[in-house]
Design a binder for this molecule. Sequence first.
Ligand code: XLS
Ligand code: NI
Ligand code: NI
Length: 441
Amino acid sequence: MKTQSKEFFPGVSKVQYEGPSSKNPLAFKHYNPEELVEGKPMKDHLRFSVTYWHTIRGQLSDMFGVGTAVRPWEDGTNSVQMAETRVRVAFELLEKLGAPFYAFHDRDVAPEGKNLRETNKNLDAIAKVLKAEQKRTGVRLLWGTACLFAHPRFAHGAATSCNADVFAYAAAQVKKAIEVTHTLGGAGYVFWGGREGYTTLLNTDLKREMEHLGKFLHLAVDHKKDIGFEGQFYIEPKPKEPTKHQYDSDAAACLNFLREYDLLNDFKLNLETNHATLAGHTMQHEMEVAIAAGALGSVDANTGDMLLGWDTDQFPTSVYLTTEIMLCLLGMGGLTTGGLNFDAKVRRESFEPVDLFYAHIGGMDAFARGLKAAAAIRKDGRLAEFVKERYSSWHEGIGAKIESGTATFKELEQYMLKKGDIRPNVSGRQEFLENLFNEFI
Ligand code: XLS
Ligand code: NI
Ligand code: NI
């Protein structure tokens, strides 16, 4: 067994805040964990999380080529022993980055065995190591989840599979994953329906599949209550990839699904930037939709590539994007159970271990800048004031009457017949507002 003192990233020491003038690529220029923004430490606003699947398990392969990742600690096996070593790697990285959270799929952390029983045993063994490392470092589990998409048994979906046995297997797997998340004190649990959708409607009973998904989620809620797990359940929308259409396609579709199946009280949304853009939305749009329903829970913080149409899962570096995200989050009063989870991978060409640090440091700094810019926009107040003023006709008179629900169509007709006509009398001032936004970047 590897001893705890063995270093996996010997060239990297604990990443420190050195301020904006630092030229050290392994230092934070903007993320200063204890610095107060709107009276709260940055680390509590941002609640950064590292994803196990990309950062620890990502091979950097693509559709055209095998993995390029150079990971000197890998022994070429997927043994339980190797899984244990990877936990040490993960926690060294988490500690050096000063990231307070991590997230994983069950199969990222422990290998499948020859049957479900053995697989569960493997997971239990690694959960023990995870728990010890959490205790040693103070790092916490943001959320756990089950991988219901990689294994061939899920080719037709999991909860929405045409085969009832696959539904049963998925249920057993999710049961176990929730229990392990509970044991590790996870703040939440995510459902991402990687294959809960279809590739052709010719073979699909859409209504039946969606009902099965609703049923599955109810069973999960029941079990959560049974075992006393108080973490937040999330659905993570994504429109497609790997399927042609996933049922949880965007925030609005998820909210409607949860409402239809009476699950709205038990779920919030975990929104991912690259999924928003795949759905033809901005992240800000997805966030506003979720916030309006009181259902924004957590964020998978990444970004896509403007010129590539798939889920490239890149680390976020655009301060415009992070400012928009932080403006939404500050506006809703901040994250509670959720976090900014870097569901992001380094490029296939960035194959050295140290690239994992550059990537996370860049993402953390980009969000720190976004946080500061968003707080400055709020303090300045002009943007919020503009929006408020834009709706001022609703603050009194006929507007107030409509909003309070006391106006009738008849009355509105009378009102307008008397007035005669109405024309737009104030500009939307988009360009003015874009300039205002830029003042803070
Ligand atoms: C894939 C998803 C996935 C979820 C967790 O596109 O983002 O990584 O976050 O299953
Ligand atoms: Ni994600
Ligand atoms: Ni993704």
